[in-house]
Design a protein around this ligand. Structure first.
Ligand code: FAD
Length: 361
């Protein structure tokens, strides 16, 4: 096989977007996925294109997420053109029902130029009539908060990446890194070594193994998130809702996704009845009439957990040619376009879109 300029390990949203970005700049790129592309955390995610309670996060998260949020509609449109698959980017807006968040939220919104309003009861129940009237009389309204359908986004990304010439190798786990004289030369796989000038680790919750192996300790840990899906009706609920760290995301086809748990249980992706019950109760509290709809599905994914949601994006401190794009925790879908672009800037030696220092190893 011809030696690619760059080999990307991991076929989640971060690996796919990074591979696509590098290929678009003319590099030859091979993406290596241990199973099937787009089936792990990225697939399991809710597709909310904003951090939850964005004012609670450090500036490094705001900078990346704002960069991406402002461009997501365009990215989704391009992917649809390139792949023929609609990732269903939608400006559904988000209602945040936690009263005590009012002051910090409005302050943050004013500081960052983010559209946000404080709604009184009439306004709240007019725009979302099924919200629990007994419990919630006010809400923060973020009209520019958007959502996307992750499984569709991943299929679109995969088709687009292949069409523009990214070589995708599935069922090919990267077993270890290969280096010579302080420089990366490729990776080891069960079918033999793959050579490359540059290697990007984008293996999500599984990234730590490679970094430990390269003598760098990074605190990326799996954090399980479970979701249940209600079989609702189209147009019945239209806004995303959030209360006490739980949320509802209504899809255009009537499905309503309720998430999510945050569980430190290692690499265990099983779903539990207890989580389904917790999610059902939190959903019912926000929207009591949800009771009439059955739960159609439940699933879990392993987030690449990291302190403060700040991912690692940049070059390895000692191994030349090794790069990392991992640890996006709860914001990987929204951050992906910015994260991929920032890493491509660093690999290509371009002026980076944002200051890369907060994400450096
Ligand atoms: C329930 C849930 C809800 C979420 N909701 C949101 C949300 O609304 N908005 C948001 O922005 N984020 C959300 N997230 C977080 C988001 O999903 C993650 O931050 C993001 O998907 C991480 O992407 P990734 O590509 O790094 O990881 P992954 O999608 O997990 O991809 C990593 C890939 O690497 C592969 N891999 C692992 N080891 C190897 C190896 N040795 N060799 C080759 N390949 C390997 C895996 O098979 C996998 O395909 C949510 C996550 C969960 C679980």
């Amino acid at each position: 096989m011809m030696k690619p300029d760059c080999l990307v390990a991991g076929g989640g949203i971060i690996g796919l977007m990074t591979a696509r970005e590098l290929r678009k700049e003319g590099l030859s790129v091979t993406l290596v996925e241990r199973r099937q592309v787009g089936q792990e955390a990225s697939w399991a995610s809710s597709g909310i294109l904003s951090p939850m309670y964005p004012w609670r996060h450090p500036p490094a998260v705001t900078v990346l997420t704002r960069w991406a949020e402002l461009r997501y509609e365009q990215v989704a449109g391009l992917l649809q053109e390139e792949s023929g698959i609609d990732p269903e980017w939608r400006l559904s807006g988000m209602l945040i029902l936690d009263r005590e968040e009012k002051e910090p939220a409005l302050q943050w919104a004013a500081q960052h130029g983010v559209a946000m309003q404080w709604l009184q009861s009439d306004e709240l129940h007019e725009i979302e009539p099924h919200v629990n009237r007994r419990e919630f009389e006010t809400a923060l309204w973020m009209p520019r908060a958007a959502q996307i359908r992750p499984p569709r986004l991943l299929r679109a990304l995969q088709v687009s990446a292949r069409r523009i010439g990214v070589k995708v190798l599935e069922d090919t786990p990267v077993l270890s890194l290969i280096s010579r004289n302080g420089k990366i030369t490729g990776v080891e796989t069960p079918s033999g070594p793959l050579e490359a000038e540059c290697v990007v680790i984008a293996t999500g919750a599984w990234s730590r193994t490679f970094l430990d192996e390269s003598q760098v300790n990074v605190d990326i840990r799996p954090v399980r998130g479970q979701i249940v899906l209600f079989q609702g009706a189209p147009g019945w609920l239209t806004r995303m809702l959030m209360h006490r760290d739980q949320y509802l995301v209504p899809r255009a086809d009537g499905h309503i996704l309720a998430g999510s748990t945050v569980e430190h249980v290692g690499f265990d992706k099983q779903t539990t009845a207890a989580a389904a019950e917790t999610l059902r109760q939190a959903s019912r509290r926000m929207v009591p009439a949800l009771d009439r709809y059955p739960i159609e599905k439940q699933w879990a994914g392993l987030r690449p957990g990291r302190e403060n949601n700040i991912p690692v994006i940049g070059r390895h401190p000692t191994l030349e040619g090794l790069y990392i794009n991992a640890g996006h925790f709860r914001c990987g879908v929204v951050m992906a376009p910015a994260s991929a672009r920032l890493l491509a800037d660093l690999i290509l030696g371009r002026t980076p879109i944002v200051d890369p220092r907060p994400y450096a190893l």
